[in-house]
Design a protein around this ligand. Structure first.
Ligand code: PRP
Ligand code: MG
Length: 176
């Protein structure tokens, strides 16, 4: 395991009972306050993906918008935002997904990604996997290829990987 990962883990603040009782919230804002740990985070992803012929980094609103763009710039890929409903002005495709409480939806501009493009999906965290699953569905719907999903944090006990239909997932930190 890369020695930088321990430093990254120590900068993620865990906030008990936020936003609801029983939830251990993984707060990445404290990671962002540490330029070395934030850079190490981006560098680890860039080192992994720079020679993989990826032309699209798709970032999931909201926290995938923090980690996705610096990765996209460094590997020479375009950045495509996958947004919550009714935020994008152009023609969109939508994908609903199930959350712990209720449903949500992600949208992507039609034409942002072309058939056959090789995509990396980026978010801060995978819990149940519903969000990443919806993101992959959007990209595959337009004929793109999802090469891998990348997150800073995984909550393995929620078994989100099982919802990714065998698609590879790369994470830096596991939280039990
Ligand atoms: C959180 C987190 C992931 C998602 C993971 O986002 O940032 O995107 O939940 O959960 P899942 O694996 O169970 O789908 P949230 O929906 O709270 O919104 P935000 O990023 O806009 O704050
Ligand atoms: Mg999110």
């Amino acid at each position: 395991k890369d020695p930088r990962i321990h430093g990254i883990k120590t900068k993620i603040r865990v906030v008990p009972n936020f936003p609801k009782p029983g939830i251990m919230f993984q707060d990445i804002t404290t990671l962002l306050l540490d330029p070395k740990a934030f850079k190490d985070t981006i560098d680890l992803f860039v080192e992994r993906y720079k020679d993989k012929n990826i032309s699209v980094v798709a970032g999931i609103e909201a926290r995938g918008f923090i980690f996705g763009p610096p990765i996209a710039l460094a590997i020479g890929a375009k950045f495509v935002p996958l947004r919550k409903p009714k935020k994008l002005p152009g023609k969109v495709i939508s994908q609903e997904y199930i959350l712990e409480y209720g449903r949500d939806c992600l949208e992507m501009h039609v034409g942002a990604v072309e058939a056959g493009e090789r995509c990396l999906v980026v978010d801060d965290l995978i819990a149940t996997g519903g969000t990443l699953g919806a993101a992959m569905d959007l990209l595959e719907c337009v004929g793109a290829e999802v090469v891998e999903c990348a997150c800073v944090i995984e909550l393995p006990e929620l078994k989100g990987r099982q919802r990714l239909n065998g698609k590879p997932l790369y994470v830096l930190v596991e939280y039990y």
